[in-house]
Design a protein around this ligand. Sequence first.
Ligand code: ZN
Ligand code: ZN
Length: 185
Amino acid sequence: MISIGARGIKVRNLQKMLVKEGYLLDKREIDSIFGPKTRAAVMEFQKNNKLKIDGIVGDETNREIMFLKYPNFSSHEFKCKCRGAYCDGFPAKIDEDLITQLQRIRNSLKRPVIITSGLRCERHNINSGGVKSSLHLKGRAADIRSPGVSVKELGKLAVNINSHGGCGISYASFVHLDTGSKRIW
Ligand SMILES: [Zn+2]
Ligand SMILES: [Zn+2]
């Protein structure tokens, strides 16, 4: 977490993003010091992303910053589907490696990749029949489909691309992808 008064490389990277996205207008603002202008820019970023506007870069803001790198995915697609019944939608941090794999699949397919299940809180995982140790609980798994692409075809591609993680390719309507150990089922 960083906020006003912080210094160093994390502030520098934050300021670079803020310049790139147009929240800081001048490259001279990149001074590695979290001052009032940086704080104001962070608050503007939070406002535009419908986050809590506190000028503090914590988990929520970091998550939205991370997603800037992935043009075809947004954090909302990963939200727990209990729809606020048991959690705020983000019970765990989303593993960036998972998003990287999904973006690579998306780039290869050149078609939309729809996340049917991303994050799950414990209660929603139980309700949806997930195993107790499901990587969906840890933000390290996503179930996906792609309209017009067969599950078999999508599974084959997932196995090729997500070569170091797990792929569940025997389900009827989706392919499961995770960043756990290499497994195919
Ligand atoms: Zn939930
Ligand atoms: Zn799954």
